[in-house]
Design a protein around this ligand. Structure first.
Ligand code: UTP
Length: 293
């Protein structure tokens, strides 16, 4: 009898960062949305840190026009470091921006045709391996982090995984929603997926929340894909076509999630993190009292 092939580990992550960020204009006219900082770290840094914690080695950025600052952020800044060293300043603060040579890859999505299309642009780098996807404007805070939990679940069930969270029913029409099957702890079998359903037609209130582990076959599915909701090539539609062919599960993340693609979500994340950080918490708490007082 032949043994099943051993499960390939998740070593690669795709960060689609080629969107236009129109909800943050004019701030995002010349600066990528993913470089907007929550306190002192850009959004993309939080996502890369979460990937590292999950054991992911290769970071693949799908960038577009005006997005070079993201790649620069993870580059070696020779002059900055030399000047800081000369002035006796500690370089530890730059540590998270270091990525080993060869482990940062940037591919270009020339026209923002949707999330599914952005992922498909990374197909040659992903090759024949499972890969993670991070939407950096969804900030996931928890310990262990969301992707670490997903990688652990992947070790158990394999196949495709998405992170989900429950929202009030009236909010589902802005998101991808799952049709849930059997539930076991934090793992839920996924029977169907629908992008931006009408509230009355939504199969649940569990929304896809910006983290995925996908099998490379999804790239072939994306290749032949028609445009979906909003005239864009939707990742959700391609994933929906994988259901039944490969295992598909959702992981309910028990940490916190902030939708930093929206202004109020961005402000909430900034306040929440500032309040809990030791270096900013006391001053921000006093400031909040003063402002509300
Ligand atoms: P969003 O719809 O949240 O981002 O896409 P956006 O289009 O940049 O923002 P708004 O709505 O205009 O304000 C989710 C993620 O997918 C990426 C975005 O960069 C974001 O990280 N994306 C989206 C692409 O890389 N390419 C696309 O064609 C669309």
């Amino acid at each position: 009898m032949t043994q099943p092939a051993p499960r390939k580990p998740v070593r690669k992550a795709v960060f689609p960062v080629a969107g236009l960020g129109t909800r943050f204009l004019p701030a995002t006219k010349a600066i990528p949305k993913e470089m907007l900082p929550i306190i002192d770290r850009p959004l993309i840094q939080y996502a890369v840190d979460e990937a590292r914690e999950a054991g992911i080695e290769q970071m693949i950025f799908v960038t577009g026009r005006g997005k070079t600052a993201i790649v620069e952020h993870f580059d070696h800044a020779f002059e900055l470091e030399a000047t800081m060293r000369e002035r006796g300043k500690a370089l530890a603060v730059l540590e998270p921006t270091r990525i080993p040579p060869g482990n940062l890859v940037a591919v270009r999505q020339q026209v923002p045709m949707g999330l599914g299309h952005a992922i498909w642009c990374a197909r040659a780098i992903v090759g024949d391996e499972p890969f993670a996807v991070f939407l950096p404007d969804e900030l996931m805070i928890g310990s262990p982090g969301c992707m670490k939990r997903m990688v652990d679940a992947y070790g158990e069930v394999g196949g495709n995984l998405i992170s989900v969270l429950a929202v009030p029913r009236e909010e589902v029409s802005s998101y991808g929603v799952i049709a849930p099957g059997e539930r076991r702890g934090a793992l839920t079998e996924v029977r169907g997926l629908v992008e931006k359903p009408k509230t009355a037609e939504a199969p649940s209130n569990l929304i896809i929340s910006g983290r995925y582990i996908l099998q490379p076959e999804v790239m072939r599915t994306l290749e032949s894909q028609e445009k979906g909701a909003g005239g864009e090539i939707q990742l959700t539609d391609a994933m929906a076509r994988m259901i039944g062919r490969q295992p598909f599960h959702a992981v309910t993340f028990d940490g916190r999630r902030y939708d930093c693609g929206s202004k109020t979500g961005f402000i909430e994340a900034t306040l929440a993190l500032a309040l809990e950080r030791e270096d900013t918490g006391p001053a921000v708490r006093a400031m909040a009292r003063r402002l509300l007082g």
